[in-house]
Design a protein. Structure first.
Ligand code: SF4
Length: 154
């Protein structure tokens, strides 16, 4: 986990409601919390070196690996790579989840260079094709998967 919770407020999703309720009813913390790239790299380095760096696939189960502004995600990804370099971590593979509206080609290239092999995104259904029930509304979605074979350049 590189963080927990999410900054988004997608109508169909329980994540933000869960943390909002936890805060309201039990004094829980912020809706989203992130580990620093250095803290994350330290744990990844431990695992990478423990396995000799062979076939290391880091499967992130963060609710949302990406930040609202692509430039902030870009800075976070670069800081993570830099911290991994400091720990002597070589090639890795990475799996994560993110929102499609905060992904740019530059960010995808940077993620690919970090080792992204699979990114789960939720694509929104066009308004005209969305279910009409009041709960689903026009923002309902169908899951989408972007992936490329491990080790293959973009
Ligand atoms: S971006 Fe993902 S995790 Fe965040 S609220 Fe939307 S569906 Fe939920």
């Amino acid at each position: 986990m590189g963080g927990r919770g999410c900054w988004g407020s997608c109508r169909f999703c329980s994540i933000t409601t869960y943390y909002r309720d936890a805060r309201a009813r039990a004094g829980g913390g912020r809706t989203m919390r992130l580990r620093s790239p250095e803290n994350l790299a330290a744990e990844m380095a431990l695992l990478w070196h423990a396995t000799g760096g062979m076939g290391a696939i880091f499967c992130f189960h963060d609710d949302n690996f990406l930040l609202p502004r692509p430039e902030d995600s870009l800075a976070r990804v670069r800081a993570l790579r830099s911290a991994l370099d400091d720990y002597g971590v070589g090639k890795i593979a990475l799996v994560g989840k993110g929102r499609p509206d905060c992904i740019t080609p530059e960010l995808l290239r940077e993620l690919a260079s970090l080792g992204l092999v699979r990114l789960y995104v939720a694509s929104r259904t066009p308004r005209s094709a969305a279910p009409t029930t009041s709960d689903a509304g026009p923002r309902s979605h169908a899951p989408t998967l972007l992936s490329r074979p491990a080790g293959r350049p973009t």
